[in-house]
Design a protein around this ligand. Structure first.
Ligand SMILES: NC(=O)C1=CN([C@@H]2O[C@H](COP(=O)(O)OP(=O)(O)OC[C@H]3O[C@@H](n4cnc5c(N)ncnc54)[C@H](O)[C@@H]3O)[C@@H](O)[C@H]2O)C=CC1
Ligand SMILES: O=C(CO)COP(=O)(O)O
Length: 388
């Protein structure tokens, strides 16, 4: 498609940036996008982006997608098959990514020319990836993280967007939402939330890159709130899966979701007093919690874990059931538990605590209801974190 035929057809009201904006020149320079990650969501995100870079004059058509290389049972390399068939046959079979997508197994080469970096790998791999990228990216690069998870360091919890900013020295927005990947691959309607720190203009640029008539994106100035919603709902989804495995019914599952949402909000506000209540009502908040507890992978594998009475480990079930895709909820439950125990907050978060203790076999799956409501319902804690 010739540049002249491309139209800036994204939500027009988003293009007028009030303050802290990037300049018109910057806005209209052609940006080059690389997606770091090519799993299930990584592939769908690449498809979304690639459909937009073809239409929008401010982006180069080509979208590079870094592939963690692997050899398929046929003996072929995954990246070569993606480039030959235009499909990620392992992580998103049956869906064309777009002719302008180039799969690249060389991380350094994949990011070299890009000034817009989209990070979308399972969170446990990001520290290693960042280490490899130090000094290899453009100085003017902007990043966005679609990764739901966090790291826990000696100093305390570290969100993935912060890891990216600290290790690579670049600004990092986040995009989270009720986004089960295979549904978006089929172009079923959904919404998402971009979280940004200060620069509204950059957030608008990310909105334009992702926005389609079936993928509605809005931006909020609450990067930590958005990212913590996406991260913590995976722990609640594990709890919801236990309820399903024990066949306890919809009311019980709704109760777990309600308690979980309350703990998500309290935990987020304890860590970051800037987190806004309104963020929990965006797609990244309650909507993502609902969809993940109904149809996500964390729910599905936790259901199998409970059905087996906790006798088969999550690692084994993940490998059997997900064919290379990765769970985030079990490791996030452990990371949250570490923060809670370190800060003396375990009793304030009975659901989060119980989910972890079930995952590691210290409690039976039935403890999900016996223990989750055991804490006193007080509203306290360092001023801002109130349960009610
Ligand atoms: N799948 C979904 O529906 C959604 C996922 N997310 C989030 O997006 C992030 C990425 O998830 P997916 O794209 O679904 O990935 P996935 O769950 O499909 O994970 C597999 C990916 O990890 C890669 N991988 C395996 N070992 C690796 C290593 N040692 N180093 C680097 N990469 C390695 C694989 O090559 C593959 O690309 C996660 O944080 C997830 O929570 C967010 C919204 C929806
Ligand atoms: O984050 C998701 C939906 O928004 C996907 O959740 P799962 O990883 O549990 O499938």
């Amino acid at each position: 498609m010739s540049p002249a035929m491309k139209a800036e057809n994204q939500p027009q009201e988003e293009l007028t940036s009030p303050e802290n904006t990037i300049s018109n020149d910057e806005l209209h320079q052609k940006s080059k996008v690389t997606v770091v990650g090519s799993g299930n969501w990584g592939s769908v995100a690449t498809k979304l982006i690639a459909s937009n870079t073809l239409k929008l004059t401010s982006f180069h058509d080509e979208v590079r997608m870094w592939v963690f290389e692997e050899t398929l049972p046929s003996g072929e390399k995954l990246s070569e098959v993606i480039n030959k068939t235009n499909e990620n046959v392992k992580y998103l079979p049956g869906i064309k990514l777009g002719k302008n997508v180039v799969a690249d197994p060389d991380l350094e080469n994949a990011v070299r020319d890009a000034n817009m970096l989209v990070f979308v790998t399972p969170h446990q791999f990001m520290e290693g990836i960042c280490r490899k990228l130090v000094g290899k990216i453009r100085e003017d690069a902007e990043a966005i993280s679609l990764i739901k998870g966090m790291e826990v360091k000696m100093e305390g919890p570290c969100m993935i967007s912060t890891l990216i900013t600290e290790q690579l020295g670049i600004n990092c927005c986040v995009l989270m939402g009720a986004n089960i990947a295979h549904e978006i691959a089929q172009e079923k309607f959904s919404e998402a939330t971009v979280g940004y720190r200060t620069n509204r203009g950059i957030a608008e640029k990310w909105v334009r890159l992702f926005y389609t008539p079936y993928f509605i994106v809005s931006a909020v100035q609450d990067v930590e709130g958005v990212e913590l919603c996406g991260t913590l709902k995976n722990v609640v989804a594990i709890g919801a899966g236990f309820v399903d495995g024990l066949e306890m019914g919809n009311n019980t599952k709704a109760a777990i979701m309600r308690i979980g949402l309350r703990e998500m909000k309290a935990f987020s506000k304890l860590l970051f007093s800037s987190v806004k209540d309104s963020t929990f009502f965006e797609s990244c908040g309650v909507a993502d919690l609902i969809t993940t507890c109904l149809g996500g992978r964390n729910r599905k594998v936790a259901e199998a874990f409970a059905k087996n009475g906790g006798k088969r480990s999550f690692d084994v079930l993940e490998a059997e059931m997900l064919q290379g895709q990765k769970l985030q909820g079990v490791s996030t439950a452990r990371e949250v538990y570490e923060v809670l125990s370190h800060r003396g907050w375990l009793e304030l978060f009975p659901l989060f605590t119980t989910v972890h203790e079930i995952c590691i076999g210290h409690l039976p799956p039935t403890a999900i209801v016996e223990h989750s409501e055991r804490a006193p319902k007080f509203s306290l804690v360092e001023g801002s974190a109130q349960y009610y």
